[in-house]
Design a protein around this ligand. Structure first.
Ligand SMILES: CC(C)(COP(=O)(O)OP(=O)(O)OC[C@H]1O[C@@H](n2cnc3c(N)ncnc32)[C@H](O)[C@@H]1OP(=O)(O)O)[C@@H](O)C(=O)NCCC(=O)NCCS
Length: 233
């Protein structure tokens, strides 16, 4: 990996993985000392089938795994990723929610949702933003989400094509910025992508995994890549 490359921390690998791995190690090392068998039709547990060589070996492996687990907890990577994760979580979720241009009544935003330029994002009443969804407004473009609209998990909505160029720091790398408007009572299926400039009318359903590149008129179901109207709602 190049020096400047970074792995963005994710709650699953950061927080859960070391603990799940630790639990798995414990379960595995206990399992090696026990075996189950069937005898004369009845199920019986045979405990501690004695084999000193194998027992010593499995104890050694278990110890090595526990040592590795503790070493991982003490490693700089663990703490650096944890700190970056918490920093990202605070700035792109918790603090961003307070900085939204408008957040309607009774709307719910999952804790893993991320916003960029939240001051350019409006969310209506009773709308729901699903887990792992990213809503990225641009520096000069806005995203408006209506009321009673449900956005599934892992949706990506961006009104800005790519972040700034490494060569022209004031310019985008490529693509364009344009406002996005998503109407009332819209459903956006999981893993969909909504690209800059798209207007989605009221009472629309967008199929799972769609890439919406053009406007979708109200009262329709659209799906696919690029998303096309497949029928009326
Ligand atoms: C779009 C959707 C609402 C349509 O459901 P439906 O009305 O029952 O539609 P059908 O299953 O009858 O499919 C109609 C056609 O669209 C196609 N289609 C359906 N969903 C599609 C999708 N996501 N992408 C591409 N094509 C899709 C079907 O293959 C079918 O094509 P055909 O007529 O050539 O056979 C549904 O398929 C979907 O994607 N729901 C999203 C679920 C989701 O993400 N929920 C989030 C939970 S929080």
């Amino acid at each position: 990996m190049e020096n400047h490359s970074r792995i963005r921390p994710n709650v699953n690998i950061l927080i859960l993985s070391p603990f799940l791995t630790g639990i798995r190690y414990c379960v595995t090392s206990f399992q090696t000392g026990f075996c189950w068998s069937r005898s004369r039709g009845a199920r019986v547990a045979q405990t501690a089938v004695s084999n000193p060589v194998r027992d010593d070996l499995s104890k050694g492996v278990a110890m090595a795994k526990i040592f590795f687990f503790l070493k991982t907890l003490l490693a700089r990577t663990f703490w650096r990723q944890t700190i970056v994760f918490l920093k990202n979580y605070m700035s792109s979720n918790v603090m961003a929610i307070h900085r939204l241009r408008h957040l309607g009544k009774e709307s719910h935003i999952a804790p893993s949702v991320k916003f960029a330029h939240p001051e350019h994002i409006t969310i209506g009443d009773r709308s729901d933003i699903g887990s792992q969804t990213h809503i990225y407004a641009g520096r000069e473009s806005r995203i408006t989400i209506g009321s009673n609209t449900l956005i599934g998990p892992f949706v990506f909505i961006t009104s800005d094509s790519f972040s700034k160029s490494k060569f022209e720091l004031t310019e985008s790398h490529s693509g364009h910025q344009a406002d996005i408007a998503i109407g009332n009572n819209v459903r956006i299926g999981a893993h969909s992508v909504i690209l800059p400039g798209v207007h989605v009318g009221d009472n629309v359903a967008i199929g799972a995994g769609s890439v919406v590149t053009r406007d979708i008129p109200g009262g329709k179901i659209a799906a696919g890549n690029p998303a096309k109207v497949i029928k009326d709602l």
